[in-house]
Design a protein around this ligand. Structure first.
Ligand SMILES: [Cu+2]
Length: 490
């Protein structure tokens, strides 16, 4: 008679089966870290915007970590790569069904603009502008080599992952010491706009530039997901004193270089779009201290996703300014149906101003007649500054500043006048015709009668606008006894 199988033997059998499963999965490079791999990863159904989700969902962390990964997807085949102005995506290779990346933390001699270089820290030769791009459900392995002279670690910001892959130096892993290479590996159980950054001596290392965007495309894109232009912009801030060439990460408030993907305007590449394009702009902020209300001209947009999740259509709201706080990402979406050169910038005025707009005596409105003549024997290069504000125009580029400075720098526009903004400023250039998206199409050619120009005498006369008796404030000259105020004819 056949011997009964004891409970212990059953347990033993089960363990063997599981072990076999692990060996098999290990061969395919799947779920190796957790030894599970019990079930296939179930991607979100692609209707994330329908809004019919439960209040208390089963998981706020992506569910089990030991899921089997899905087939990797290649750029241009299963997803359209994002556009990274002034930057590039980290290359990868496929090894046994795993996407393998190699991130290198190193010193980078970085140009913020043609006028300003500094020794920063970055990833793979770029500052703030090396991004990682992958697809939901994929198994990824990221080797991080530390070529700095100090220890570091990399945190994957916004990700559901095994705790030991979270990258907090000392808390979840040992440091990546100088010269060492550390391996991170997990299965992507979400999609959206995320980030990565150093998580050891954060103030110094993030301030020196060790930050980047991490875009995960959905496995089952909703019908709304595909866009014509999908931009990725990382915002940051720096303190670089005029004439120096190293960011000062000890500064807490006086940031004087504001950047998009590591560049200050006018070196920020424009966002080139065709009339009628569906456009997504992914905004991330890993600056030290400041939140940035990013404002677009001529359009409204919808805020469609955070680094938490897609926002259901019913909960999206129209905006012209999206506040991107430190540590947040925001996706905004719009249809660019109005051609032109549309400003897109931080609305904090100190953030569209480069070095020297700060820590300066308030001179606005002061009379400086004769001051230069008196001071020049002592300081030959002395110029009175600030009494008319900070609009230095082209003067900004020829003034006797120290070398390596973009103080007050903006750019000359198509009318010969100076665009008095720098820093966190770029231009969305929308055109009916484009040769290609990678070329700056130049300044917008306005249709006749659609530009604000100096009013003609005839126009003024026609509309009864009499300016002959008005004085210019502060000129000291007055053409009449009645001062400003009520227009004539009333
Ligand atoms: Cu700002």
């Amino acid at each position: 008679m056949r011997k009964k199988i004891s409970r212990r033997e059953i347990l033993g059998l089960g363990a063997a089966t599981i072990a076999g499963g692990v060996a098999l999965l290990g061969k395919q490079g799947q779920a190796k870290t957790h030894g599970g791999g019990s079930s296939q990863y179930q991607p979100s159904p692609g209707q994330a915007k329908s809004g019919n989700r439960l209040y208390w969902e089963k998981s706020y962390s992506g569910g089990p970590i030991d899921v089997k990964a899905l087939t990797p997807v290649l750029p241009g085949k299963g997803y359209k790569p994002v556009v990274i102005p002034n930057g590039g995506a980290l290359p990868f290779k496929m090894v046994d069904g795993v996407k393998v990346f190699h991130l290198i933390a190193e010193e980078v001699d970085h140009a913020f603009d043609s006028g300003l270089r500094a020794k920063c820290w970055g990833y793979n030769g770029r500052v703030n502008s090396t991004i990682i791009e992958a697809v939901e459900g994929e198994r990824i392995r990221i080797y991080v080599t530390n070529k700095l002279e100090v220890s570091t670690s990399v945190h994957w910001h916004g990700f559901y992952l095994p705790n030991g892959m979270d990258g907090v130096g000392g808390l979840t892993q040992p440091y990546i010491k100088p010269g060492e290479t550390t391996k991170y590996e997990w299965t992507l159980r979400q999609h959206g706009s995320f980030m990565f950054h150093a998580h050891h001596d954060e103030m110094t290392q993030m301030g020196m530039g060790l930050i980047g965007m991490f875009v995960v495309h959905p496995r089952n894109p909703s019908p709304e997901y595909p866009v014509d232009r999908d931009f990725s912009l990382m915002i940051s801030e720096w303190a670089i004193e005029a004439g120096t060439a190293r960011p000062n990460t000890l500064v807490m408030n006086d940031f004087n270089i504001l950047t998009i993907n590591g560049k200050s305007f006018p070196s920020t590449a424009p966002l080139v779009c065709k009339t009628g394009d569906k456009v997504r702009i992914r905004l991330g902020n890993l600056g030290a201290m400041d939140h940035h209300p990013m404002h677009i001209h001529g359009y409204h947009f919808r805020i469609t996703a955070t680094d938490g999740e897609d926002i259901p259509l019913s909960a999206q709201w129209p905006e012209t300014t999206a506040l991107v706080a430190v540590g947040q990402t925001r996706n905004i979406e719009l249809i660019t149906d109005a051609p032109g050169d549309w400003a897109f910038h931080c609305h904090m005025t100190h953030h569209v101003m480069n070095q020297m707009g700060h820590q300066f005596p308030n001179m606005v409105g002061m009379k400086v007649d004769g001051v230069e003549e008196q001071v020049r024997p002592l300081l030959p290069a002395y110029m009175s500054m600030g009494h008319t504000g900070m609009d230095m125009g082209k003067m900004a580029e020829v003034m006797p500043y120290p070398k390596n400075t973009i103080a007050m720098k903006g750019a000359t526009g198509q009318f010969g006048d100076y665009i008095s903004m720098g820093g966190l400023f770029t231009v969305v250039k929308v055109r009916d015709q484009l040769r290609n998206y990678d070329e700056d199409p130049g300044w917008y050619k306005h249709p006749a009668e659609t530009v604000a120009l100096k009013a003609t005498d005839e126009e003024l006369r026609r509309d009864g606008i009499d300016v002959s008796k008005l004085t210019v404030n502060g000129s000291g000259k007055s053409g009449s006894k009645t001062h400003g105020g009520s227009p004539s004819g009333h």
